[in-house]
Design a protein around this ligand. Structure first.
Ligand SMILES: Nc1ncnc2c1ncn2[C@@H]1O[C@H](COP(=O)(O)OP(=O)(O)OP(=O)(O)O)[C@@H](O)[C@H]1O
Length: 549
């Protein structure tokens, strides 16, 4: 622990005053001026002792867009961190109650992991600085540390306005939402500490200096049996610490049975909840989306942003959202970190949602509606669940060997994006609708999605864009034959299935399937089996809002 620091200078420029060129001479040996910064503003700067680095002293500079570190005497270059990579800031104190206070910045920048590789991936870089002026009491040092924290959090709040939701209500004692008999644990309280046992900081002797000012409140729903049944430990060890760093207060629901999440979300008081995070797969998310949309109360509640921590065996929406926000590489390497940071950041993207009408019932689908070959494989291969993902390959061969055809009338309204050139600056709607199409035939498969990926590595609609209002529909009629069906299945992991001869691909705003005497065969909505006479699907006018970086 740094113990002999003397005469540190500090410059705090409240409310974005003009930058001053400040000379610093102190025990650190760092001298020189505050750098010219890109946006011309220095909000706060100081020379401080850094606990999370081997080198002790750094000049630390906070601007509205960057955190800069100058480490070496007479070195005018600065290590630069974008504010976009800052996910939280807290003040800390030593557990032995010395006079020093500390400020910690939680950064997750992209860095090269392997020396020769060009690939940069997100990685935690916590920066802990000691505030200790010779004559100051702990309270006085804490006041200086708190200024850094306030300034950093103010920048984040200005940049990400969702951070300010419900702020006035957060000062009162914890209250668990009315959960209609469902047990929800309040996870975070003053004694919990995102730093505890953090090996990257290497100072388990530090704890939070004052109680966390929670700026947002999330309901986290964990399916403990999803994927490899590691949902709960994953949440506790990898997700919750990052949410705490970002000042998120967590209400936790661990599901006990199928349908639990849906009943909880559809009936509880969610008025103080700023986001719902699912830790599981698409099945858990399906329950949450339908539970939310079944509520009769305000649009704000049914449109609460959703976060998806992908720990299930099917994570199509999480993968699609990572692609929309250009976080693919990070997602593929570490889906839990990538999706947790998105939830912690609080930024959202609009995501297409389909409204499915099935014999008078309304069901919401964020991923896919399938009938025929793909739906058969998805559902019937459940009997081989124990063997993992290879169940799909085995069942595909079985179904191709005994190809089935289903008689129906498929109708759809083709719809496409109007190019920017055609729009030419006018405020016309960007979708063009064409005349309805009716096809009476025997079908091998009808499959639709409104996202790019339908599984972690199945790119079904490469051209899908977030919230573009389009359903991507494919169908194979009987005369396409087995060869086309085989090519179709083989091409899905690369998006090559759409160019197979005999595969029809259209973008639509609505479609329906009618069978004489009711739909035969299996119909799936987001992988869940449904039954009915007639099914009508259209794009929902209200998209989902999903956390994305
Ligand atoms: N505690 C529980 N016990 C058993 N099933 C549950 C529980 N909680 C939720 N479920 C059900 O588990 C199903 C699958 O959940 P989820 O999508 O999170 O995991 P998954 O591993 O991706 O599963 P799948 O491969 O079936 O999609 C959901 O339909 C949900 O209703």
């Amino acid at each position: 622990m740094a113990g002999d620091i003397i005469a540190l200078s500090s410059t705090g420029k409240e409310d974005g005053n003009e930058s001053q060129q400040t000379e610093v001479q102190d025990a650190s040996g760092i001298s020189g001026s505050v750098p010219e910064v890109a946006d011309g503003k220095v909000i706060r700067e100081d020379v401080l002792s850094c606990l999370s680095r081997k080198q002790k002293y750094y000049r630390l500079v906070l601007t509205p867009t960057e955190l800069l570190l100058q480490g070496t005497k007479n070195d005018s270059s600065f290590e630069r961190y974008s504010i976009d990579d800052l996910f939280g800031c807290h003040t800390l104190r030593h557990k032995q109650h010395g006079p020093s206070a500390y400020v910690c910045f939680y950064l997750y920048p992209r860095r090269k992991r392997v020396l020769m590789s060009k690939e940069k991936l997100r990685e935690k870089v916590p920066l802990v600085f000691e505030i200790r002026k010779p004559a100051n009491t702990y309270e006085e040092n804490l006041a200086v540390a708190a200024k850094w924290k306030e300034d950093a959090n103010k920048i984040l709040r200005n940049k990400y306005p969702k951070w300010q939701l419900h702020k006035p209500k957060l000062t009162r004692k914890d209250s668990t939402p009315d959960t209609s008999g469902v047990t929800i644990m309040t996870m975070a309280n003053e004694s919990q500490d995102p730093l505890d046992h953090d090996p990257k900081i290497g100072h388990s002797s530090l704890s939070l200096a004052s109680c966390l000012l929670f700026v947002r409140r999330y309901l986290v729903i964990v399916n403990p049996v999803s994927g490899q049944a590691k949902g709960l430990p994953t949440f506790k060890e990898k997700v919750h610490p990052i949410l705490m760093e970002a000042g998120v207060k967590v209400e936790l629901l661990v599901t006990e049975r199928p349908g639990h999440a849906r009943s909880m979300v559809s009936s509880s008081n969610l008025s103080e909840i700023d986001g719902i995070i699912t830790v599981g797969g698409d099945g858990l998310l399906y329950e949450v989306v339908n539970g939310l949309r079944s509520r009769g109360d305000s649009d704000r509640i049914s449109n609460i942003p959703l976060g998806i921590i992908a720990t299930g065996s099917g994570n199509g929406l999480a993968r699609s959202v990572a692609e929309y926000s250009k976080e693919d590489a990070d997602y593929l390497k570490n889906p839990v970190l990538s999706t947790t940071l998105a939830a912690a950041r609080g930024k959202v993207v609009p995501v297409n949602l389909m409204e499915v009408e099935l014999d008078g019932r309304k069901i919401y689908s964020f991923l896919s509606v399938g009938w025929g070959l793909l739906a058969d494989i998805d559902v019937e291969s459940e009997v081989l669940r124990a063997i993992g993902e290879s169940r799909f390959t085995i069942w595909s061969f079985l179904r191709l060997a005994k190809l089935r055809h289903y008689k129906a009338q498929l109708s759809y309204v083709p719809c496409e994006k109007i190019s920017r050139d055609e729009l030419n600056g006018t405020s016309r709607t960007s979708l063009r609708e064409r005349d309805p199409v009716f096809i009476d035939s025997e079908f091998i498969s009808v499959y639709s999605t409104c996202q790019s990926y339908i599984g972690s590595d199945l790119i079904f609609a490469p051209k899908a864009q977030p919230g573009d209002g389009l359903i991507h529909l494919t169908y194979l009629a009987k005369d396409a034959g087995r060869a086309a069906a085989t090519q179709f299945l083989l091409g899905i992991d690369k998006g090559a299935h759409l160019s197979v001869s005999g595969v029809n691909y259209v973008t639509v705003k609505e479609f329906s399937i009618r069978c004489p005497g009711g739909i035969t065969g299996i119909v799936t909505i987001d992988g869940e089996r449904v039954t009915g006479e007639e099914i009508k699907i259209k794009i929902s006018p209200k998209p989902l809002h999903v956390f994305a970086l």
